[in-house]
Each structure stands twice: as structure tokens, then as C-alpha cells.
Design a binder for this molecule. Structure first.
Ligand code: ADP
Length: 304
């Protein structure tokens, strides 16, 4: 569905996207995950055709934008981080407005609205001004407006940014439903639990993909384990382990500390010795499989 080859985009002296190459298959949900400034939005803007790469080539369905801009855009939806809803128009008026903007006839819009309401559950709010919707509802309305022309490729730029956890989950249910209708989705996110829900994921940092694959492949490629260590004094334990510099990526969760390890026995010995010296009692140690988030932090810390 998408083929990207050696694509680069620079802004002055910043290389926002750095010689990227990848492909997205029809019918999959492909996640781009990375921190702010990684280059996700720039990449999605180029995939949507609103920004041109400085170098490299993007093909959508084997076609390049230059010669087929109209045809490609007809089948593509792009939802930027700030979808430009008209706050002083109602929910339904927004859908109609964007439908007209995409060149869909009024009759066709009326026919498609029920399906959009069904997935977004926005019908009870159809007469509410968009400006009066909650953050999660605004995102759903943005998605509904983006889908009014029945695209087969959907590009979503951090669609759940700032949305509460329940609405985030709902939004992902919608994405899965769309997938079962046969569309292809590319979604960027800063949330690694969301990345875990994609068929394939690329972890982006400084304009490059530092890891790509299924969530399981990425996790297996890094290997390792998370040790959860419960101590009598979690604050002090964290401080001690940090100070010694051996463990760069320490996560404190409740009254436990989580540490990524590739050599469990050796690291556990070091941890116990360090804590013993400070008279911090280890109450229990649990082993867990790392999440994608654990792996990402480990890669970024340069420990993999
Ligand atoms: P992300 O979406 O991952 O947060 P962006 O693609 O927005 O990342 O930004 C990548 C880098 O490119 C950042 O350093 C950002 O400041 C820069 N950048 C993005 N858009 C522009 C622009 N229009 N002009 C100048 N710099 C930009």
C-alpha cells in the first residue's frame, strides 16, 4: 500500500526525517512510535502528500504523488494532530462540510452519515457545537470527518494525544473495526501501549527508525527480562542504584523498582550487594517479560 524509499526532509539545519525506507502492507495497522520531535508528524505529512520530501520517493498503491495527486488523495484520509474542526458548527454540520470539501455529493453524505455515527457513537450529540465536545469526542468527530469520502488508507497523527484512557480505548476499538472493513491504517503515537496494539511498529528517534517489526519481534530482538525488586525503602534503593551508574534505566512503580537485565544472575548479585551495603532489605524479586515501553527505554538508553 505504501512504499517509502530513502525519504529525507530537512528544516534549516534539522533533519526531521533521515533517509527512511519502509513499506506498509494493505490491511495492516502500522504504528510509528517515538518521543516528541522524532519526526513522526513530518513523515505523516509527506505520506499524505501535503509536504514534499527533499529527497527519496513515496509511492501509494504503486503511484507517486507528482503524477497522481488527485487519484491518491481521493482514497486517502489524513488526520493531523489538530484536525481543523469548525467549533461554531454542529457535529453534523462539520461532517457535511468536510464531505463537501472532499467532493462528496450531499446525497452521498446523507447516506454515509449513519455508518459514521454508528462507529463514533456521536449521533446523540449531532446537534452539539463541535467547540462544546470533550477532547475524546472531538477526536472521534475528526476521524468521522476524515472518513466521509470512504478512503482505503488512513493516516492518523497522534490521534489520542491528550485523550483520557477510556476514550483512547474506544478510539482503538474504532480503528480495529475499520481494519476489519479492509482499510490500511498508519498511526503515530507517543504511547507505547498503543504501539503494542499495531500489527507492525517502527520506533522512531531523530528522524530514523531505530527498530521495526511486530511488537513481539521487537521485544524478542532485544531479549532480556524485567526484574521487579520490592525493598523496604524504595526511594533510597532507587537513589543507590542510580548513583552507582550501572543501571541507567530504572523505573519506579509503586513500592518496587524495575530494572531491565540481560544477565539476571549477575545483575541481581550486584543489586543485592549495593543494597546490602546501604542496609536496604530486599523483600521480594519478581521476573517479568518486558513491554514494548521497557524495550524502547532500553534502546534509547543505549543498553541493548
Ligand atoms: P514529532 O511529530 O515526532 O513530534 P515532528 O515531525 O513534528 O516530530 O518534528 C521533527 C523535527 O522537525 C523537530 O525538531 C521539529 O522542531 C522540526 N520541524 C517540524 N516541522 C517543522 C517546520 N515546519 N519548520 C521547522 N522545523 C520543523
Amino acid at each position: 500500500m505504501i512504499s517509502v524509499k530513502d525519504v529525507t526532509k530537512r528544516f534549516d539545519n534539522i533533519t526531521a526525517v533521515d533517509k527512511l525506507s519502509f513499506q506498509v502492507q494493505k490491511g495492516e495497522i502500522f504504528g510509528i512510535v517515538g518521543p516528541d520531535g522524532a519526526g513522526k508528524s513530518t513523515l505523516l505529512r509527506m505520506l499524505s502528500g501535503i509536504m514534499e520530501p527533499d529527497a527519496g520517493e513515496i509511492k501509494i498503491n504503486d503511484k507517486v504523488f507528482k503524477e497522481n495527486r488527485y487519484k491518491i488523495k481521493e482514497n486517502l484520509a489524513y488526520m493531523p494532530q489538530r484536525f481543523g474542526l469548525y467549533e461554531d458548527l454542529t457535529v453534523e454540520e462539520n461532517i457535511i462540510f468536510f464531505g463537501r470539501l472532499f467532493g462528496v455529493s450531499r446525497r452521498e453524505i446523507k447516506k454515509r452519515i449513519p455508518a459514521l455515527y454508528e462507529f463514533s457513537r456521536l449521533e446523540p450529540f449531532k446537534d452539539r457545537l463541535a467547540g462544546k465536545l470533550s477532547g475524546g469526542m472531538k477526536q472521534k468527530l475528526g476521524l468521522a470527518c476524515s472518513l466521509i469520502h470512504s478512503p482505503d488508507l488512513i493516516l492518523l497523527d497522534e490521534p489520542t494525544n491528550g485523550v483520557d484512557p477510556v476514550s483512547r480505548r474506544e478510539f482503538w476499538k474504532i480503528l480495529y473495526n475499520l481494519l476489519s472493513d479492509g482499510v490500511t491504517i498508519v498511526v503515530s503515537t507517543a504511547y507505547l501501549d498503543e504501539a503494542e496494539r499495531c500489527n507492525r511498529v517502527s520506533m522512531m528517534s531523530e528522524g530514523r527508525f531505530i527498530r521495526s517489526g511486530t511488537p513481539l519481534e521487537i521485544k524478542s530482538s532485544i531479549g532480556g527480562l524485567m526484574l521487579e525488586i520490592i525493598t523496604a525503602n524504595v526511594w533510597r534503593a532507587e537513589e543507590v542504584l542510580h548513583m552507582k551508574g550501572k543501571f541507567k534505566n530504572i523505573i519506579r512503580e509503586g513500592n518496587g523498582i524495575k530494572i531491565f537485565t540481560h544477565s539476571e544472575a549477575k545483575d541481581m548479585k550486584i543489586i543485592k550487594e549495593l543494597l546490602d551495603k546501604e542496609k536496604i532489605k530486599v523483600l521480594s524479586v519478581k521476573k517479568q517479560f518486558p513491554t514494548l515501553e521497557n524495550c524502547f527505554m532500553e534502546i534509547v538508553a543505549g543498553n541493548d
